[in-house]
Design a protein around this ligand. Structure first.
Ligand SMILES: Nc1ncnc2c1ncn2[C@@H]1O[C@H](COP(=O)(O)OP(=O)(O)OP(=O)(O)O)[C@@H](O)[C@H]1O
Ligand SMILES: [Mg+2]
Length: 442
């Protein structure tokens, strides 16, 4: 969490090429929150996050940036599609549910941390339970030497369980009130509580059925769950998680352009889209949302919205909502050079993925540099002449080039297959030259 803006950008550079403005803006926003947390409570309350609107055509890395951020940052983060919500009162997900989703994500993080802290305790619990099942208990009143023997037996068994030697043995577990977690955050908290009580009643009812034969291997994760629900203080976790989501949560609102209503379509304004925008206002501005874990205030949650804005413009959003996203960043469309760098410089790039996939068949795939340049060039051409679908074009283009070798890879065990620029041009030139053809194929 305390990464400097530069470090955040450096991390993103591994996965997303160019788009420096967007990376910088986001890195700075994250750092600002870190700085805020260091201030006095009074100042903290005053400093509101500056929400960000990312604008860029399809396939240029908007979602990718957020996906990578989510992985890197240990802050509560969720990505939601704006288009999936409906106005309050209509059937569907209401926008408040995104805040509840954020809390669930936060709980996941805090729980994982606590589990890590109590790792030893949890592992001991699991081990003891399993050994208990595998060894018959020592009869009461056993002599001292018997007790010593038993102790040795116990220790031997423990190390056998730990080494995985006993993994195939079956034991009987009484699975205690299988805790059915309702993650349907669309339900208002009151309803969620009702649902939970139902699930409790039901799990009481079929208590007898709860005995289960499982292998030691399968028992381990089950017991681990049981241990963490017994040993960890869930009230405490919920409280920390709520606070964490309040202060550090990020909601990535993707496809925000899909709820904008184009000024051109006068009279056909879609009331439900505007309704969703209006429902969003209080949440983005700051309001209280009740969740089944408690009430959360959305004042300091950072919102990052993103959209291609092909058919609509940011100004087609209702003014109040526009105003709540003061930072605008535009993502550039991808040049031939950027496409080339996406192929060669990203971690786990498409080329690496194909190399790895075909190596399973024993085929060694080699891309000549010339060939990669040719792929980037042709992908860029196809983007220019037909629709600009950004880096996604690379997928279709490479798929074309590798189609044949991929199909018959298993017949080329232990061979090296070199992708030359000649091959690339052979496969693609005809298609790229012909607009109609490339519209269908690429
Ligand atoms: N600048 C980039 N650097 C590296 N990879 C990129 C870049 N832009 C796009 N990609 C790749 O292209 C694919 C699509 O990108 P992404 O999902 O970010 O598109 P998007 O901008 O969200 O588009 P849309 O508006 O359609 O949602 C991803 O697999 C991503 O890895
Ligand atoms: Mg996207």
């Amino acid at each position: 969490m305390n990464l400097t803006p530069k470090e955040i950008v450096e991390y993103l550079d591994n996965y997303v090429i160019s788009q420096n403005d967007a990376k910088k803006t986001i890195a700075l926003a994250l750092r600002t929150r870190y700085r805020r947390m260091k201030l006095s409570q009074e100042l903290q309350d005053e400093i509101m996050p500056k929400n960000i609107l990312m604008i860029g055509s399809t396939g240029v890395g908007k979602t990718e940036i957020s996906r990578r951020l989510a992985k890197m940052m240990r802050v509560p983060f969720i990505k939601v599609e704006a288009s999936k919500y409906t106005e309050v009162g209509f059937v569907g997900r209401d926008v408040e549910s995104m805040v509840r989703d954020l809390v669930v994500s936060s709980i996941g993080i805090v729980k994982a941390e606590k589990e890590e802290e109590s790792k030893e305790k949890i592992e001991n619990y699991v081990l003891n339970k399993i050994v208990e099942k595998l060894l018959p208990p020592l009869p009461a009143g056993a002599s001292e030497s018997k007790q010593d023997d038993y102790q040795r037996l116990l220790e031997a068994m423990e190390s056998r369980v730990l080494s995985g030697e006993m993994d195939d043995k079956t034991i009987e577990l009484e699975i205690q009130n299988i805790h059915v977690e309702f993650n349907d955050t669309n339900l208002p908290p009151e309803m969620a509580k009702v649902q939970e009580s139902f699930s409790k009643v039901f799990s009481q009812m079929n208590k007898e059925d709860n005995k289960k034969e499982v292998t030691v291997k399968d028992a381990k994760p089950i017991l681990k769950l049981e241990a963490s629900s017994k040993l960890l203080d869930s009230t405490n976790i919920n409280a920390i998680a709520l606070k964490r989501a309040e202060d550090g949560g990020i909601i990535f609102l993707d496809e925000i352009d899909k709820i904008a209503v184009s000024a051109k379509s006068q009279g056909r304004n879609d009331p439900s889209k505007e309704g969703v925008q209006r429902d969003l206002l209080p949440i983005v501005e700051g309001s209280s949302v009740s969740t089944k874990y408690g009430t959360i205030n959305t004042d300091h949650i950072l919102f990052i919205a993103a959209g291609a804005f092909h058919l609509t413009k940011p100004s087609d959003l209702i003014p109040e909502l526009q105003g709540r996203f003061p930072l605008r960043v535009e993502l550039e469309s991808l040049t031939e050079d950027t496409l080339y760098r996406i192929l060669t410089q990203t971690r786990n790039s498409l080329l690496n993925q194909y190399e790895a996939l075909l190596s399973v068949e024993g085929l060694k795939l080699v891309f000549e540099d010339e060939a990669i340049h040719a792929i980037a060039k042709l992908a860029h051409r196809a983007n220019e002449t037909t629709e600009d679908i950004g880096a996604r074009r690379l997928h279709t283009v490479i798929e074309r080039v590798l189609e044949e070798v991929s199909f018959s890879a298993n017949e080329h065990k232990d061979e090296e297959f070199i992708i030359t620029s000649k091959l690339v041009h052979e496969k693609l030139d005809v298609i790229v030259e012909d607009d109609d053809l490339s519209r269908y194929i690429l």
